[in-house]
Design a protein around this ligand. Structure first.
Ligand code: DMJ
Length: 584
């Protein structure tokens, strides 16, 4: 297995022995060469076709039974206007004319391009251009509407204007961008609060409703910058990016002295409502967007935020390969639970080069997946059992997403085996005649009548890319939290960091500076060394600090660095070697 951003080449014998015991054996037993084996090539082909079939089974059934409404109910072969429902408006209160926002169609656009179906992409673009309107009396969740609808439209606009995806029939006149701009303008009233933190809900026609709740989540305030920033870059209208950035900065200013944030807050008072948090529900994409915003916009501010936040997570939430929740004020553990949403974290760790840590957590998520056949929404770590009320699996993509990133980083065929297992489970347990159904209870595999749009935007997409990444060849994209690709362009980088080259590919190396490279090459290393004693030394990952001496010998703890896998400081043993001795 290839280690990225590796620094410690001459690791001491004693440290090697300990590390050998600590790190999974697959780090040493698999080889990237085997991925080139004809057997693996055949498997990739077979599996990519299988995933394509899954996507079209979901997509065709949506078109037949639910379009233009938001999402498919695959068991009853009917529809749900989930964005409207998310706004607490009962369906009967919605106008009879309301046919939804064609959510699943919008969410499918980038997947169609990635699977090479430009004809269907064009058909969908045409329909949306001619029919979609946001002038509807529907209260939507800002976060959901941003990641699904705005992100879907902005990404599809970029793909539609990319000359490699030549649209044949019709001249494309930026209709998707006009729709995105219209939607972005409808978002802006939500940011009109004393703090700049946006309301969680906004009515697309009338703006923020009277007596609207002031409660929102960390991800609701901190995961808007990619889509709204991209919209600003495309339209030249800075208001979207400014609003999202102001909210993010305010949120960041509310962190505790431990660099932790809570889960819910009041946008009017700027006070935390729930101080316990982790890397799962209500917070997850906040972390993801800090590092991805850095990659997309090149701002060091995002990197500095991410680095501090990441260290906080590794220090206070991490327990071996697991992540629990903790109180942002004290760092004391609160809930010892694995949640399905946390499974995105190894993918984030791939971005910063913490491959070993990503691999070990990914293995635990996959262990739980295999135990039940899918990932339960919540799993009690102490009791090793499913949470009594959160037993569902709504076709979530996070494990497939991390599997894709880890395969990209390592080319270890083990991840293809994982992908195959995920595909087989989805077909075995969730496929019905009318699409793919969610699972209500992973202990009985009882189904629920809902095919979420992210199944097409993310789950199928990441599984497909795992087996066929030809779309990515020669290109460099950041995927939003909803799986919509945005290109990494030097023209979107306000101020090019020194180590970036002025091209679409943003990787470069310099002898004296740390490496900082692109998203898909999966190596994002800090340009600013953390170890002030050795300013010219290269640093391995978000938290890795090299030991003072290359042979890892030491006289005091001061000679030791920070372990890149756990982000814990290494100490000097009696025998004079740096290591994670306290842990052992
Ligand atoms: C998706 O809508 C996004 O990935 C979001 O960030 C949280 N999770 C769901 C799918 O699980």
């Amino acid at each position: 297995m290839m280690m990225l951003c590796s620094g410690d080449k001459n690791i001491g014998l004693a440290t090697w022995a300990i590390m050998f015991l600590l790190i999974s054996p697959t780090l040493f037993s698999t080889s990237s060469i085997s991925a080139l084996d004809p057997k693996w090539a055949a498997k990739k082909k077979r599996m990519s076709l299988k995933v394509r079939d899954m996507f079209y089974h979901a997509y065709d059934n949506y078109l037949t039974h639910a379009f233009p409404h938001d999402e498919l109910k695959p068991m009853s072969k009917s529809f749900t206007d989930s964005l409207g429902e998310l706004g607490n408006l009962k369906l009967e209160h919605l106008s009879k004319q309301y046919k939804g926002l064609a959510l699943t169609l919008i969410e499918s656009l980038s997947s169609l391009v990635i699977m090479g179906n430009i004809t269907e992409f064009e058909r969908a673009v045409n329909w949306l251009s001619d029919n979609l309107t946001f002038d509807v009396d529907v209260r939507v969740n800002l976060f959901e509407c941003n990641i699904r609808v705005l992100g879907g439209l902005v990404s599809a606009h970029i793909l539609a204007t990319d000359s490699t995806n030549r649209l044949g029939q019709r001249v494309y006149n930026n209709e998707l961008l006009s729709l995105a701009e219209d939607l972005g303008q409808r978002f802006l009233p939500a940011f009109n609060t004393p703090t700049g933190l946006p309301y969680a809900w906004v009515n697309l026609k009338y703006g923020v409703m009277e007596n609207e709740t002031a409660e929102t989540s960390t991800s609701g305030c901190g995961s808007l910058i990619l889509e709204m920033g991209a919209l600003s870059r495309l339209t030249g209208d800075r208001r979207y990016e400014i609003a999202a950035l102001r909210a993010l900065r305010k949120l960041w200013s509310m962190r505790s002295s431990l660099n932790l944030l809570g889960t819910t807050l009041d946008v009017e008072s700027g006070e935390w409502l729930e101080h316990s948090s982790g890397i799962g529900a209500g917070v997850d994409s906040f972390y993801e967007y800090l590092i991805k915003a850095h990659i997309l916009f090149g701002k060091d501010e995002f990197w500095m935020m991410f680095q501090s936040a990441y260290l906080g997570v590794q220090k206070y939430f991490r327990h071996g390969p697991w992540y629990h929740e903790a109180d942002m004020r004290t760092g004391m553990a609160t809930f010892w639970q694995l949640t399905s949403l946390q499974a995105f974290w190894p993918g984030v760790q791939v971005f910063v080069g913490d491959i070993a840590a990503a691999n070990s957590s990914h293995r635990e998520f996959f262990y739980v997946w295999e135990k039940f056949g899918v990932l339960p929404e919540r799993y009690l770590l102490e009791h090793r059992m499913v949470h009594p009320t959160e037993r569902y699996y709504p076709l979530r993509p996070e494990l497939a997403e991390s599997t894709f990133y880890l395969y990209q980083a390592t080319k270890d065929p083990w991840y293809m085996e994982v992908g195959e297992s995920i595909v087989n489970s989805l077909n075995q347990y969730t496929k019905v005649e009318g699409g793919f159904a969610s699972i209500r209870d992973v202990t009985t595999m009882q189904l629920e009548d809902h095919q979420h749009s992210f199944f097409l935007a993310e789950t199928c997409k990441y599984l497909y890319l795992l087996f066929d990444d030809s779309f990515l060849s020669g290109r460099n994209y950041v995927f939003t939290t909803e799986g919509h690709p945005l290109p990494v362009l030097s023209s979107w980088h306000e101020r090019l960091p020194q180590t970036y080259l002025p091209s679409n590919w943003t990787s470069s190396e310099s002898i004296h500076q740390a490496k900082r490279t692109s998203a898909m090459s999966s190596r994002i290393c800090p340009a600013i060394p953390l170890n002030s004693q050795h300013p010219n030394r290269q640093i391995e990952s978000a938290c890795h600090v090299l030991d003072a001496r290359e042979d890892h010998r030491c006289l005091t703890d001061e000679d030791c660095g920070v372990d890149g896998m756990s982000c814990r400081r290494r100490t000097c043993s009696i025998a004079g070697y740096c290591g994670l001795w306290l842990i052992i």
